[in-house]
Structures are given as C-alpha cells and as structure tokens.
Design a protein around this ligand. Structure first.
Ligand SMILES: [Zn+2]
Length: 310
C-alpha cells in the first residue's frame, strides 16, 4: 500500500532512546528539527511523494515516558522540556508540528495565544513544579489566525466591536490583541505611507504583521517575568507557524514571493520595546506589494448592519 506515514515510534528494546535536551540551544534545535521533519512530511503529502522502505517521518518517543517499563504503582514522571503557548486553532497541533511525543511539551492553548490570567497560572505551575526539566518557553502564533483577524476587523471597524452582539467572552480575547494590531498598523503607515489603509492587501498585511507582533509581545512579557520570578537561564522563544508551508519561522515567509520555503527557526524573545517597531517595519517592508491569502476567520464579528439594528 502506498502511504505517507508519520510515525510515533516506541522501541521496547531501547525505551530510553530519546534523552531530554541538556540546555536551551539543544532544546531549540530539537523543536526546529522536529518542525523540519513535520513540514517535510506535509510537503510529501502535498506532492504525493509516497514512502518507500523504512518510513522517513518517525518521531522517536521515550518509552519510559509512557510507562513502557513500569514498577507496580509508579506513574511516569511529568518532565516536559518546553512550555508552548499557542492558539487553539485546530490546524495548529503543537506536538505534531514540533515533531514531539509524549511528555515533551507542556502546552497551553487559547484563541489568539493571548496571555490571560489562567495562562499565567499554568505557566507559573510549569516553571515552578516542573522546573527540573523545562529549558525553554515558546510562544507560537500562526498565519491566518481567526482571533487576530477578528481583532483587526474590530480595529478597522470599531462599530462592529461596539455591537451588543460582540460577547464579553469574545471581547476578552480581542482587547488583548489591540496593542499588537495598533503597532502593526503604525508600521504599515510608516513604510507604505499615509494611504496605506486604502492600498490593496492592507487588511491581509495587517493581519499577518499583527500575528508576528502579538507573538513578539507575549514573548517579551514572558521573558521579563521569567527573569523576575523564575530561573534566569530559561529562555523564551517565539515564532509563527505558516499554514501554507507548515514551517515555524520568525520572521515568517511572505507567500507568493518565492521565499515560501523559509528557513525553520525560532527567534529569541525581544529584549526591548523598541524591537516591536523594528519588527513592524520589517513586516511592512516584506508585505509591501504582496497579498497574503485571505485569512479565514474562526471568530466572526457581527456585521455593522447587525449592529445598527440593535
Ligand atoms: Zn489562531
């Protein structure tokens, strides 16, 4: 049978096959290598390149992590090497896209990967109770994010946001995204000129740039808190998962420019607020004249006509 397999492999003869990363750099390489594996598999799926012989896309899992060898009454110890804060979007499965298995990642998922109070509580738990194993914290945005799209649309058409039909629950997500959206908008005007909002592709560029700035903002806030409250040797990383290339990178590729196959990389968290302006300018330059694919909103704001009838 011709198949394109993506395999989670546990070897009963060698249950300790995957040692945990020893430091930040090895942890980062581990995540990047995993995403290369995943994106290559997805590329094979797109092109219909079938597996021959030994499957090429194999995630090695440590059998001890799932109790493959067990002593009566013992549970496997929780020992992830990375905390990942990502979006709830079903197209962005964290363990898979980072090529990781059981007990590797401590994952927090919320629409728009916003840092709400409960997220901070989960991060606090991970960095306190699991301090022995955690090496990095990763913030992962993704292209075409529905929560960011809804926030951009609310920014562009405030009447919709003000509608009584926009629930408190939805606003709790959107209002956390307005600052990165505003920074992205400033970058577009600074680079494209004052007519930027009326130029073709402006909304799509604003969405893609806001995704980057949202991840950068969260990474910056996390790095500050990690250094203040936890262990200074833990490093915060960030990136954007592209739904088209299935690669994690920062800055992300601009689809349709020939740079679709970007280098897989996770960036270190910004160290100063002025880094956001640089990122907004860089994204505006990269997106100028190019029209990313239209974003598919998971969250649909009420239309202005709906608002008018309330
Ligand atoms: Zn999303």
């Amino acid at each position: 049978m011709k198949t394109i397999d993506y395999i989670y492999r546990f070897d009963p003869n060698n249950p300790t096959v995957k040692p945990p990363p020893e430091d930040v750099e090895i942890a980062r390489q581990n995540l990047e290598d995993g995403n290369r594996l995943f994106s290559e598999w997805m590329k094979s799926c797109r092109s219909g390149t079938f597996s021959k012989g030994e499957p090429r896309y194999v995630v090695q899992c440590n059998g001890l992590e799932v109790g493959m060898v067990r002593t009566h009454g013992e549970l496997p110890k929780q020992a992830p090497f990375a905390v990942v804060v990502g979006c709830s979007d079903a197209r962005v499965p964290m363990e898979m896209l980072f090529g990781q298995g059981f007990n590797d990642l401590f994952v927090i998922r919320v629409a728009g990967n916003v840092l709400a109070d409960e997220c901070w509580g989960s991060i606090d738990y991970a960095l306190t109770a699991l301090a022995e194993s955690i090496k990095v914290v990763v913030v992962l945005g993704h292209s075409g994010c529905g929560a960011v799209t809804a926030s951009v649309d609310a920014y562009l058409k405030p009447l919709r946001y003000s509608s009584a039909k926009t629930s408190f629950m939805l606003r709790s997500i959107l209002h956390r995204l307005f600052i990165p959206v505003h920074q992205a908008a400033n970058g577009l005007v600074a680079n494209w000129g004052p007519d930027a909002p009326r130029m073709p592709g402006y909304r799509e560029a604003l969405i893609e740039s806001s995704v980057c700035l949202n991840a950068a903002q969260a990474a910056y806030s996390l790095q500050m808190e990690v250094e203040r409250s936890w262990r200074s040797e833990i490093q915060v990383l960030y990136g954007v998962y592209n739904l088209f290339t299935h690669q994690v990178s920062m800055p992300p590729p601009v689809i349709g420019t020939g740079s679709d196959e970007a280098r897989v990389n996770l960036a270190y968290a910004p160290t100063h607020p002025r880094d956001f302006d640089k990122l907004a300018t860089e994204m505006a330059m990269r997106l100028r004249g190019h029209h990313p694919p239209p974003a598919t909103a998971e969250i649909v704001l009420p239309s202005s006509s709906d608002a008018a009838t309330k």
